[in-house]
Ligand binder design. Structure first.
Ligand SMILES: *Cc1c(COP(=O)(O)O)cnc(C)c1O
Length: 384
């Protein structure tokens, strides 16, 4: 760091490696176990599964790979419908399409930004085979009625808990709900392995199928005879070693994330006329502020793009919210009903500030002061 904050950039995320990461990486190198056959992979699978109260963990090479394997491991019939939010990452829709199923997009709640449960219920049809629920930005989906509806109809639930490791819903860990759950360990996630992911489940047959699919559907004997097409989506021992060390610090990471979120929330009080702040809590969960998101209101005189530009000029990095799936050029051949206004609004006017455990208090204050002075102190800024 060194330089004063006004002369350097506040990054949108800064991964933290303050535990046994180097020590465990050295174990890998000293023992020459670097591939997926190494012992850290099993250890990481067991520890993540235990943390979220699941029986099985299957480590893979990314959160995207986890979603692909998850969808494939359900063996859906071609044309089955899978309901998911439009406001999510493209990996979700890709995985559904690649499994031969049809994504059915649902709009989000304007306050929580997660999928609107009432609208999910409305879209359940004869052809629905699964719900893909995505916890977003530190707040879980309100899943109660959806889990009940899915159970009553024999529909699978896939929980994308990539942004919710360590979060909970009515006191139960995110990643413990539904048929199976997925995680990502990308660099901005609460536990990172650089790149990585995991599928967790209580179902032994899904776990077995997922482990086969991630490993080219090799058989024990004869080894090079394949009964199905799989992928090489294995996680290396090197990645898992970092993951095991990261997991040892998960609780302090979560604590810091939440503290930063609360600091932002307090420091941005009074600006609600101009920007919508994240919901601090719901009866089912508190916000863990995996990232601290904002939605820009027209009253501010700014659009998200203009406000992000003004922040960038003050050395504050930001990231836009997801661009909704139903507006993606790559899905433009699909017939999509035009009832996804909230997703579009979030996609246009939402972005997030420097967040997570690696951002220090001084930086949070710098960012909020920058935002405050842009919104209320500097009539010279370019406005809409
Ligand atoms: C990060 C993320 C993914 C994708 O994970 P990768 O490891 O980047 O492939 C999937 N879903 C959600 C909700 C995510 O946040």
């Amino acid at each position: 760091m060194g330089k004063p904050l006004s002369q350097r950039t506040v990054p949108v995320c800064r991964p933290v490696f303050s535990g046994n990461e180097k020590k465990y990486l050295n174990h890998c190198i000293d023992s020459q176990w670097v591939s997926s056959e190494g012992p850290f992979v099993r250890e990481f699978e067991k520890k993540i599964a235990a943390r979220v109260e699941r029986r099985f963990g299957v480590a893979v090479s990314s959160g995207t790979a986890a979603l692909e394997i998850a969808l494939q491991s359900l063996s859906l019939e071609t044309g089955s419908e899978v309901i998911l939010p439009s406001f999510t990452i493209v990996s979700c829709a890709n995985a559904i399409l690649r499994a031969g199923a049809v994504p059915v997009f649902v709009d989000s709640d304007p306050e929580t930004w997660t999928v609107d449960p009432k609208k999910v219920l409305e879209k359940i049809s004869e052809r629905t085979r699964a719900l893909l629920l995505v916890h977003l930005y530190g707040l879980p989906v309100d899943m109660k009625v959806l889990l009940e509806a899915a159970r009553a109809r024999g529909i699978f639930v896939i929980e994308d808990a990539s942004q919710a490791l360590g979060s909970s819903y009515f006191g139960q860990p995110c990643g413990s709900f539904g048929t199976l759950s997925t995680f990502s360990f990308y660099a901005n996630k609460t536990v990172t392995t650089g790149e990585g992911g995991m599928i967790v489940t209580d179902d032994p047959s899904i776990a077995a199928r997922a482990s086969k699919l991630r490993n080219l559907c090799f058989e024990d004997h004869p080894r090079f005879v394949h009964y199905d097409m799989g992928w090489n989506y294995r996680m290396s021992n090197l990645s898992a070693a970092v993951g095991v060390a990261q997991l040892e610090n998960l609780d302090s990471t979560l604590k810091k994330m939440r503290e930063n979120g609360r600091l932002y929330h307090t420091a941005l009080q009074g600006l609600e006329k101009f920007i919508q702040l994240p919901v601090p809590e719901r009866p089912y969960s508190t916000n863990d502020y995996w990232v601290f998101g904002l939605v820009v209101k027209p009253e501010s005189g700014f659009t998200a793009a203009l406000l992000r530009k003004a922040l960038e000029q003050k050395g504050v990095q930001t990231r836009p919210f997801f661009w909704p799936m139903h507006l993606q050029p790559c899905f433009s051949r699909m017939q999509i009903p035009p009832d996804l206004d909230i997703s579009e609004h979030l996609g246009r006017e939402g972005f997030y500030l420097p967040s997570g455990a690696g951002i220090v208090e001084e930086e949070v204050h710098y960012v909020t002061q920058a935002l405050r002075s842009i919104l209320i102190g500097e009539p010279t800024c370019e406005r809409r």
